[in-house]
Design a binder for this molecule. Structure first.
Ligand code: GCO
Ligand code: CA
Length: 255
């Protein structure tokens, strides 16, 4: 039955930054597809609330609180997961942040924070997790890029730079890890209703622009990213690697 290609039964999936938003929605979806999901974030209380929100009878959901911008904390966190829960089969590098501001006034400290959160984290976590995947000769890595992996927009140059880098890290990792049966892909969300975009959604002019710029004519919902996350985490994508799958209502296809 071809639907079984999408089953994640028996798999352990770590989703970084999954206390809320897109990360939590994807974690819930992977759990429903059968994975033992490990939630990650810096705030343990928030992760416990998220764990309660998505745990249903018979589905294992663990939490692993560590700061993905701190390499020592990442190495310790990954070692603890692999000791307590088991080998990580699926990694979703979702942790990220947005900080908008005019480029010429953008504080270097803010630049460093955006780069650390959106990019250094992908280096630290992916390196720690893929060591085990190489040893086991199998694994799935799904990075969260953006429509900003391909397009620019005023006031978000640092974010855009990191999301472009995430696209190219995805391609480079796919090229290097393919021989170890590790597939590395990315999802590029369009304009999704999340906490990160709260200010944009509240701005009626901007929100109207998103609706007119997006062929679907609307903002996306976090649950609309779940299908792509399950596909790229499952056997259904065993011959897909290096791909940036836009989930953007057609935005990047249109002028
Ligand atoms: C912005 C938004 C976008 C979205 C998303 C699009 O300021 O334009 O934050 O960047 O968050 O990343 O994929
Ligand atoms: Ca397993």
């Amino acid at each position: 039955m071809s639907l079984s290609l999408f089953s994640l039964e028996g798999k352990v999936a770590l989703v970084t930054g999954s206390g809320q938003g897109i990360g939590l929605a994807m974690a819930e979806g992977l759990s429903e597809a059968g994975a033992h999901v490990v939630l990650n974030g810096r705030d343990e209380a928030k992760l416990e609330a998220a764990q309660k929100a998505i745990a249903v009878a018979g589905r294992k959901v663990s939490i692993a609180a560590f700061d993905v911008t701190d390499q020592a904390a990442v190495d310790a966190g990954i070692a603890a997961i692999e000791a307590d829960t088991g080998a990580i089969d699926i990694l979703i590098n979702n942790a990220g942040m947005q900080k908008r501001g005019a480029f010429t006034e953008y504080a270097a400290a803010d630049w460093h924070q955006v780069v650390a959160t959106n990019l250094h984290s992908v280096f630290y976590v992916t390196q720690a997790v893929t060591k085990g995947m190489v040893a086991r000769n199998r694994g799935k890595v799904v990075n969260i890029g953006s429509v900003m992996s391909e397009l620019g927009r005023p006031t978000i140059v640092p974010y855009t730079a990191t999301k472009g880098a995430v696209k190219m890290m995805t391609r480079g990792l796919a090229a290097e890890l393919g021989k170890h049966n590790i597939q590395v892909n990315a999802i590029g969300p369009g304009y999704i209703v999340t906490e990160l975009n709260k200010a944009l959604i509240a701005d009626e002019t901007f929100s109207a622009w998103v609706r007119s710029r997006t062929p679907a004519g609307r903002w996306g919902e976090t649950k609309e990213l779940v299908g792509a996350a399950i596909f790229l985490s499952s056997a259904a994508s065993d011959y897909v690697s290096g791909h940036l799958l836009m989930v953007d209502g057609g935005l990047t296809a249109a002028v």
